[in-house]
Design a protein around this ligand. Structure first.
Ligand SMILES: *Cc1c(COP(=O)(O)O)cnc(C)c1O
Length: 370
């Protein structure tokens, strides 16, 4: 069964009735319970009520949706954005609009499940290459194909915290005439100046055909989006099935909260900087203790211990010490690479991070891992 929250997300949570330090959620900037977001959501409920009651293409398009799309487009440095009710819906909706039967998709084996589902729904031919193996990717791109080509990148891998080599991938896409799609669900609000994302971090805006993102992680609300040219977004509106067939478009209160998040970080990088300071402190503590953090370069920090039972034991013993971080094992990650996954937030104080790092180091020593 799931563990249950009896209060809001934050650096400290009430989990199953117990106060605990939370190192397991995607609340990178600590915005999920930010007073500005909460106030914006309440105001939107007063103005628009609760339920959208219709798909956006019928009578469920609220002014606040348009406002969020405009703000997001400006924030991401693109011409236009279409907001979906989740990142999953954005991926499953957009990929079948980009490619179809007879076309070819090139996808990393560790790409997110919703990218995989979008690929399947498109009915295009899908070529999956080993994680980050660009030589293999190029080999595949060289094979003769009919129809369009789409290279799809998950920018920040959520189990390892490593970054896809987007500049090299963009160059390959260009060389072989493929469209280039980037899903930046874990990069938005985290990577690049002001958290504008991984594409901005690498300076690749003009190399990317479309980008998808989530409003449920660093932005502290819920929802997803597709960012691209005006022309493409207009093509997408009547075609994306996960958009046109749902009478659950993003609720006005969540739309308002996401808008408040964008407004909060667009010209103030305090939270993004704090997130990275916290990330650097914690990663350094783990590395100095001799723990294996794999290839992370982001606030997702795996502590790789090998066996699934060891990862479970570490997580359970940590819980007893008042810190929650999840054990991740096969089939989510390859056998023999089971880990504790630590998610760093700007909301963590230095004291929280110290307590968590001390506890992990103490337990892994007792377990003979270090
Ligand atoms: C979380 C995630 C999604 C889904 O976004 P939601 O808004 O949570 O539905 C899509 N892609 C990636 C890479 C993700 O990590």
């Amino acid at each position: 069964m799931y563990r249950t929250l009896y209060g809001p997300q934050g650096a400290h949570i009430n989990l199953d009735g117990r106060e605990i330090i939370n190192m397991a959620s995607n609340n990178y900037l600590g915005l999920a319970n930010d007073p500005d977001l909460v106030a914006a959501a309440k105001e939107a409920i007063d103005k628009y009520g609760v339920g959208p009651s219709a798909s956006r293409n019928i009578v469920g398009n609220f002014a606040i949706h348009d406002e969020l799309e405009e703000a997001l487009a400006k924030f991401k440095g693109v011409e236009a954005v279409l907001v979906f009710n989740s990142g999953v819906a954005a991926n499953t909706g957009v990929i079948p609009v980009l490619v179809g039967k007879g076309d070819t998709i090139y996808s990393d084996e560790l790409n997110h499940g919703s990218i995989i589902d979008g690929c399947r729904l498109s009915r295009a031919n899908v070529k999956v290459y080993p994680h980050m193996d660009l030589a293999k990717l190029e080999e595949m791109l060289k094979e003769p194909t009919e129809g369009k080509k789409l290279l799809v990148a998950d920018a920040v891998f959520s189990m390892d915290g490593d970054l896809a080599p987007l500049p090299e991938m963009a160059a390959l896409a260009e060389k072989y005439g493929a469209m280039f799609m980037v899903d930046d669900a874990h990069g938005d609000g985290v990577m690049g100046p002001y958290g504008k994302g991984t594409v901005e971090h690498f300076g690749l805006r003009d190399k990317v055909t479309v980008e998808t993102g989530s409003l449920s992680k660093a932005f502290g609300a819920a929802g997803g989006f597709v960012a691209g040219t005006k022309e493409f977004i207009e093509e997408l509106r009547p075609k994306a099935r996960s958009f046109i067939f749902t009478a659950s478009p993003l609720a006005p209160c969540l739309t308002a909260a996401a808008l408040a998040a964008i407004n909060k970080i667009a010209d103030d990088d305090t939270l993004v900087k704090r997130l990275w300071e916290n990330r650097e402190y914690f990663a350094k503590r783990m590395e100095e203790a001799g723990l294996n953090t794999g290839s992370t370069v982001t606030p997702v920090i795996p502590v790789i211990v090998g066996d699934a039972e060891k990862a479970e034991e570490l997580s359970a013993r940590l819980y007893e010490k008042g810190v929650y971080a999840q054990a991740i094992k096969f089939p989510v990650v390859p056998r023999g690479t089971a880990r504790l996954r630590v998610m760093i937030s700007a909301a963590h104080t230095r004291e929280d991070l110290e307590k968590a790092a001390d506890a992990i180091i103490e337990i892994t020593k007792e377990m003979g891992i270090i």
